[in-house]
Design a protein around this ligand. Structure first.
Ligand SMILES: Cc1cc2nc3c(=O)[nH]c(=O)nc-3n(C[C@H](O)[C@H](O)[C@H](O)COP(=O)(O)OP(=O)(O)OC[C@H]3O[C@@H](n4cnc5c(N)ncnc54)[C@H](O)[C@@H]3O)c2cc1C
Length: 379
């Protein structure tokens, strides 16, 4: 539980709270709108490097000092609780799906990513209208890729996309799935549409038309595509769960201030029993979400199988955050819906969490399968 952290983790938490108060919030106060100028991003990064947070998501071989799952979860929850656009720049770049890259892939992609010189995007989702999922034919030591990806976050400015591709042998038989690194500016890659989602993310849909890529750009081996694409997903789901509980914490704090403030009726809203019941529900759900989050982080840290527990946590925490923000909007009233109000932004932000890295109902189906068919998962 959050209150049973080791002394070392509590020290990290204290310094992280000081970082938010002393570095982040003063810089945030200088922002003129939602956008974050490069100069401010760089200030956050260099302060984070000095404080040591920057290196906590980076492997030792790249000069990092990786933190354990529990410490990272605690930090991610705390950054989310700060509800500041600047928290995106605290951690340094991680290797992501390129983590085991060797040879040309390491020299030309992984190393520049870790130095902050290149940025990759992730191409997994296919449009509902796709006639067939993205595929490639092997031609000697080259892959010839065709197809499309419909929702590539950061794809407009990324240097490359790591895309899930179904590979066929020269004769047309199936060779298996592969994660392939494709340069955004390679011949045959077209950005069809740029769009933004309600929480503020920027994305593209892209097509591949006879894109020629050396086989050396396959991450790992052909046949390992799907497991590699899903390999890191447990960590990402736990990360999203921490973001969701951090948002619950922020929203409770926000609502508390509203309930204790003067109200036009003459008495603060927090004195009404009906309002207190709603507020209590928010606290109950947040308590349950945090309990699940920290329990699952400990299971993950122990390196025991945590697939089903992480699924349960992601579904619960993201749905709890949705309900908490929704109730906060209700208790604050019409002002909360005005564009630019912190709750209006929070409402948009938490909505996406129930779709990214696994839509809630698909995760429910996986969870049931994990237990009924594979006998996995604790209660
Ligand atoms: C902010 C954001 C960022 C994203 N970034 C990326 C990215 O960088 N790269 C990338 O590849 N993708 C990205 N995505 C896409 C995301 O992965 C998908 O939206 C998500 O996996 C759901 O897939 P879908 O949109 O195709 O919906 P679908 O798979 O069509 O599902 C829609 C709904 O149908 C229902 N449903 C579907 N199948 C079943 C079933 N078997 N049983 C019961 N109900 C079902 C569920 O209610 C589900 O929510 C992003 C999405 C968002 C919102």
């Amino acid at each position: 539980m959050p209150e049973l952290l080791s002394k070392e983790t509590i020290l990290v938490r204290d310094s992280a709270e000081a970082f938010v108060n002393d570095v982040l919030l003063p810089l945030e106060a200088e922002l003129e709108d939602d956008s974050v100028p490069d100069e401010v991003k760089n200030k956050v990064r260099s302060a984070s490097q000095q404080a040591g947070f920057y290196y906590k998501t980076q492997p030792t071989e790249f000069g990092g000092k990786p933190a354990g799952v529990l410490e990272l979860t605690m930090l991610r929850e705390l950054w989310a609780q700060a509800n500041s656009p600047l928290t995106n720049y605290i951690f340094g770049p991680g290797p992501g799906i390129l983590h085991a890259a060797q040879g040309e892939l390491k020299d030309n992609y992984l190393d520049p990513v870790m130095r902050g010189e290149k940025r990759g995007a992730f191409g997994f989702t296919e449009p509902d209208t796709a006639k067939r999922p993205s595929w490639a034919r092997i031609d000697g030591d080259t892959l010839i890729i065709n197809g499309q990806k419909s929702y590539v976050t950061g794809g407009a400015t990324a240097d490359f996309v790591s895309a899930l591709i179904n590979v066929e042998n020269e004769g047309g038989s199936k060779a298996g799935t592969a994660m392939v690194v494709i340069d955004r500016e390679a011949d045959g890659v077209t950005i069809e549409r740029e769009f933004a989602s309600m929480e503020g993310g920027g994305h593209v849909s892209m097509t591949f038309h006879d894109v020629r890529v050396p086989i050396s750009r396959v991450i790992g081996k052909i046949g390992e595509g799907m497991p590699r694409a899903l390999g890191n997903i447990g960590n990402v789901r736990l990360m999203i769960s921490a973001q969701a509980t951090g948002m619950c914490m922020w929203v409770i704090d926000f609502v508390e201030q509203h309930l204790l403030a003067p109200h036009r009726s003459g008495t603060p809203l927090g004195e009404r029993e009906g309002v207190r019941m709603r507020y209590a529900d928010m606290r109950i759900e947040t308590y349950a979400a945090r309990s699940a989050l920290y329990r699952t982080a400990r299971i993950a840290e122990s390196e025991d199988n945590d697939v089903n527990e992480t699924i349960a946590t992601k579904v619960f925490c993201t749905e709890a955050a949705g309900r908490a923000v929704d109730m906060a909007v209700q208790l604050v009233g019409g002002q909360a819906l005005v564009r630019g109000h912190p709750l209006e932004a929070a409402y948009r932000k938490v909505r996406s969490l129930r779709l990214t890295e696994g839509a809630s109902d698909l995760l429910r189906i996986n969870l049931a399968k994990g237990n009924l068919e594979l006998r996995k998962g604790r209660l």
